[in-house]
Design a protein around this ligand. Sequence first.
Ligand SMILES: *Cc1c(COP(=O)(O)O)cnc(C)c1O
Length: 396
Amino acid sequence: MSFQNPVFIPGPTNIPEALRKACDMPTIDHRSPLFGQILHPARAGVQEILKSGSAEVFIFPSTGTGGWETALTNCLSAGDKILAARSGMFSHRWIDMCQRHALDVEIVETPWGEGLPAHRYEEILTADKSHQIKAVLATHNETATGVKSDIAAVRTALDAAGHPALLFVDGVSSIGSMDFRFDEWGVDVAVTGSQKGFMLSAGLAIVGFSDKAMQATKTGTLPRTFFDVHDMAKGYDNNAYPYTPAVGLLNGLNMACDMLLKEGLENVFARHTRIATGVRAAVDAWGLELCAASPEVYSDTVSAIRTPDGFNATDIVTHAAETYGVAFGVGLGEVAGKVFRIGHLGSLTDVMTLSGIATAEMCMADLGLDIKLGSGVAAAQEFYRANPATTLKDAA
Ligand SMILES: *Cc1c(COP(=O)(O)O)cnc(C)c1O
C-alpha cells in the first residue's frame, strides 16, 4: 500500500496534515488546567457539530463501538426492551451488543439497501401501551450499504405514539459530514468516533447525552466502569479523566472541530453532497447500481456499489490494494462479495475523488468487467466542472 495515495475506505479517513501535527505533541500533565484548555473546547466543538445547545459530551479513549456501549450501559438495565432495525452490518453489530448485555431486542428486519422503517417503529411503539420499550436504536448512516436514514422521522414516530423511549443514534459515519440535529430530532444519545468525519486516527469514542439520557443513568443498572459517564463528568470538573486520556487525539479533535466549524457546517455538508454526487455520476456511467435502493437514502459519505452477479466484488478491493496501492472498502455481511465501497467522507477534494474513480475503473477493467476506461471519470468531471467547489476551504 502506498502512503502517497488517499484512502477511499469509509473510515478511517484521510488525515489532514494540520490534524496530524496537532496530534503529535509533547507529554503534558493530563490532570492540569493546561489539559482543560484542550478538553473543554473539544467538548464544546463537538456539541456545536451535533447542533446541540445542551448535550453533555463525553469522549472516551475507545472507538465508535465503545460509544454504543456507553449508550447502552449507562441508561439501561438487563432485560430492558429495545427496538432496532437491522439493515446492515453496523446496525447488526449494535443489536448483537445489546443481546450480549442481556437486553431484549425487538428486531425489525429491513432489506439491506433500505433506510430504517419509521412507520414500523411507529406501529410497534403505538402498540407498546405499557411502555416496555426503553430505547430505540437508529443507525443514521449504515456504512455497510451506503444508506442514510431519516432520524427526524424516527422522532416523529416516537412522538406520534406518545412513547417515552430514549432515542439512541449511531452517527459514526455521518456526524461531521452529514447534517445531524441532536436537539431538533430529540436525540438522547448520539454516538461517533474520531476516525470518520473528524478526520483523525481511530482512538476516541465521542458521545452526546441529552438531559433525559442523563436522568436515565440514575435508574439504569447495567454494570459500567470504563464507560461510566458520571465518573467521567466528575473528572471533567477537575480538568481530568478517571484514567489517562488520549491527549494528542483530543488536541487533534479540538482542531478538527475548529476546522469544520470554520468551514461552516452547512458548507461541510454541501461539500460531501457534491463529492458524493460526482461518485454517483461515475457509478451510473459504469452502468452499475448502488446497494442503496433509492435516491432519498443515498449516503453522502459512502457508496456501496453492486457488481454483476457471479463476480466477486472483493476482488476489486484486493486488486486495488495490490496493484495500485489504493484502499477501497469490501462488502460486509450479507453483501460481502456483492458490493465494493468507495468511502467519500472527511478530507477529500474533487481531484482526490477523481483519482479514486479512475483507480476503480482500472481495477474493474483489469478484472474483466465491461467498463470503459474514463467513462466514470468523465461523468464525475462533468459534474464537478458544472458544480465547482465554492470556497477555497473546500480544499481543506
Ligand atoms: C465505523 C462505524 C462503527 C464502528 O466504529 P468503530 O470506531 O470501528 O468502533 C459503528 N457504526 C457505524 C455506522 C460505523 O460506520
